[in-house]
Design a protein around this ligand. Structure first.
Ligand SMILES: [Zn+2]
Length: 359
């Protein structure tokens, strides 16, 4: 079991890691480094990371624990003559929130250097432009180059360079608050890593294999590949999920900070197995772990392909509430993280062949 300080460091390192969809090597390596003491780790060519507990004994059923390693960000589409860059978004972003944010752009050497998403000074904005609203092609990324040649030669930036928000994760000890980027789903990655750690000293009636899967934000592509490599009987998907407690009417708030992990019944990608879901909800209640429930009109998770794979894999989603996901800055708490880990650990400790077959 990691200490509180170690968990905080783990969450900060994962939040800070550069890993927009398709460029997730840093997150995969961090996953390997953090788990290889208690897991056998392999990484595939997509950069999906597979971790199976070293203390696994041969058992009739396997539990799969998943979290996605990517984050929303950008990719350089084209270099302009003035040295700035056109870009496309990777994953869902609100264009109006982008101008004047700092970003990190990967160079040809693999380093990340700072840049800014352009914001036209009001002095130059015409009345017509003001009324029009912004579209993506109005924006560019600027690292301070003065020409295309300068950008290519002196900054070593090329077409298709991946770009992530330039945000450093902070933890406020007094109020137990993290502020940072990419908590969707790096807070879930951290929860997965710590769950494996706590399970590594248990005698379990199931085998446990976990994945940090890539490219969830662009259509759950990593998990689509992983389902062929893991013969799972049941699955727990960790997510950094959108908190709605600062803008929804009270009766509709389903994901609030400090109310514990969220168990999702329904979204666009999956109708959660009601028997496994009930098992998890009842266990939370029995153990006094706060749990929230949600029915979402939108959204989706890696449960999409996992639950519909093979013979059907009963899958639940354990979401850790994060305010303002898919923007450069999110807020989440250690308290909700710890309760999510606790719930997952206690679920896995109680799973056996008979229980799983009853789902
Ligand atoms: Zn996510």
């Amino acid at each position: 079991m990691r200490t509180k300080e170690e968990n905080i460091c783990l969450i900060q390192a994962l939040s800070n890691a550069n890993g927009v969809s398709g460029f997730e090597d840093e997150v995969a390596e961090l996953g390997r480094k953090e788990t290889e003491a208690y897991c056998n780790v392999t990484i595939d060519s997509l950069r999906n990371t597979y971790m199976s507990l070293k203390n696994n004994r041969k058992q009739p059923c396997k539990v799969w624990i998943d979290a996605h390693s990517d984050e929303v960000g950008y990719i350089v589409q084209a270099i302009k003559p003035n040295g700035t860059m056109n870009f496309l978004t990777i994953g869902g972003s609100d264009i109006s929130s982008l101008p004047s944010n700092k970003v990190r752009v990967q160079t040809a050497k693999g380093e990340y250097i700072p840049g800014i998403i352009t914001s036209k000074p009001p002095h130059f904005v015409s009345a017509a432009e003001k009324n029009q609203g912004q579209i993506l092609s109005d924006l560019a990324i600027d690292v301070g180059a003065v020409s295309a040649q300068d950008l290519k030669e002196n900054f070593q930036i090329r077409m298709a360079a991946p770009v992530v928000p330039d945000v450093t994760c902070t933890y406020d000890e007094t109020h137990d608050l993290f502020m940072g980027k990419a908590f969707d789903c790096r807070i879930g990655c951290a929860a997965l890593i710590e769950t494996l750690n706590q399970l590594s000293t248990e005698m379990l009636d199931v085998e446990v294999e976990a994945t940090l899967t890539v490219q969830e934000e662009v259509g759950e592509r990593g998990s689509m590949a992983a389902v062929d490599n893991i013969d799972a009987d049941v699955c727990i998907v960790f997510e950094g999920c959108p908190a709605d407690d600062t803008f929804s009417p009270d009766y509709l708030i389903q994901v609030a900070l400090r109310k514990g992990p969220m168990l999702r019944h329904f979204d666009c990608s999956m109708i959660t197995n009601p028997r496994f879901q009930r098992f998890a909800l009842d266990l939370g209640e029995e153990l006094g772990i706060p749990v929230q429930e949600s029915v979402r009109s939108g959204g989706g998770t890696n449960g999409k392909y996992i639950h519909a794979s093979r013979h059907g894999v009963p899958t639940i989603v354990i979401g850790i509430p994060v305010r303002y996901i898919h923007s450069h800055h999110g807020i989440c708490t250690l308290e909700d993280y710890e309760n999510a880990v606790k719930l997952a650990v206690e679920i896995v400790k109680r799973l056996n062949e008979e229980t799983i077959r009853s789902f």
